[in-house]
Design a protein around this ligand. Structure first.
Ligand code: PRE
Length: 288
């Protein structure tokens, strides 16, 4: 049955690459911001939404995580890692004079992935953030008279008829972004055309105040059961200085005994535990 999928647009974003790989046959609906994508699935305008969660060079996309923490009605149902290659592009009129562009636009994460290039080759240009790489490329194509450039991917260059004047300007190779699929119905989502690499379960834990060694006890509840964790990070609760949520990725699927018993042990210390999703993960490999 056809359905629609929300993503951080417009056309030509890295999120669109993730959507094309995950949902090649469904209608993709573009939203201008990550919160708009999350609201669209929450309000039932789309069945799923795809948003970026983490990048190799820049780390967590805090906006996504902070929204997710507060959206109790949504769950992560799938995950896809996509290679990220950033290119410097201008309107074809400026092809010969690209080093003289006055402004460079892109998503903050994309700009942060290209520090060396910007510092060495575009030192005098003003760097300005845009809601997405695709939106930056679109703006550059719509303003051929301005001396401006965008950092975006090859699909954006094609979509908006821009010229890539410097390819692969990201600071380090193996640049990848992890995207998650959100839905109201928390059922795991397996993708047909992709090879599944494993399962994850993401939980969010808040510790009791004034409980010495609480985090140690949380981690040991996983450790003595030999449950592998692949990530632990903290985000502010935004209720007072020094108050943080801990987000933990468990390297296996939710089961009937092991993970529920671990959660019960953690809750017995006075922690609050919330399940953000138990889902398969996939990746698109880097080109050799
Ligand atoms: O702007 C885009 O193209 C996005 O899909 C967002 C995003 C991000 O938020 O990290 C995704 C991948 C790249 O790392 C740069 C930007």
């Amino acid at each position: 049955m056809p359905y629609s999928v929300g993503y951080l647009g417009p056309k030509g974003t890295f999120t669109q690459k993730a959507v094309d790989a995950l949902f090649p046959e469904q209608a993709a609906v573009s939203y201008q911001t990550i919160p708009a994508c999350i609201d669209a699935v929450k309000q039932g305008h789309v069945r799923y939404s795809v948003v970026p969660l983490e990048n190799t060079l820049e780390g967590t996309v805090n906006l996504t995580l902070d929204y997710l923490i507060n959206e109790k009605s949504l769950k992560i149902v799938s995950e896809l890692v996509v290679p990220v290659e950033q290119h410097f592009m201008v309107h074809p009129n400026h092809r010969e004079r690209w080093t003289e562009m006055e402004k460079v636009y892109s998503h903050p994460h994309a700009l942060a992935q290209c520090h060396h290039f910007l510092n060495n080759q575009m030192r005098d240009a003003v760097v300005e953030t845009y809601a997405s790489t695709g939106a930056a490329a679109k703006y550059v194509s719509e303003n051929p008279d301005l001396e401006i450039a965008a950092i975006a991917n090859d699909q954006a260059a094609k979509e908006y008829n821009l010229e890539i004047v410097k390819a692969n300007i990201h600071d380090f190779v193996n640049n990848e972004t992890r995207f998650i699929v959100l839905s109201k119905n928390g059922a795991e989502l397996r993708m047909n055309g992709l090879v599944m690499e494993g399962f994850k379960t993401k939980v969010m834990i808040s510790l009791p105040t004034d409980h010495a060694g609480a985090l140690h006890q949380v981690l040991s509840a996983f450790a003595w059961r030999r449950i592998n964790l692949s990530k632990i990070e903290s985000r502010p609760m935004k209720t007072g200085l020094g108050r943080y949520y801990f987000l933990i990725d468990i390297d296996q699927k939710m089961d009937d005994i092991l993970i529920p018993n671990t959660i019960a042990e953690i809750e017995a210390i006075g922690c609050h535990v919330e399940l953000l999703g138990s889902y398969p993960h996939y990746s698109i490999k880097q080109k050799p």
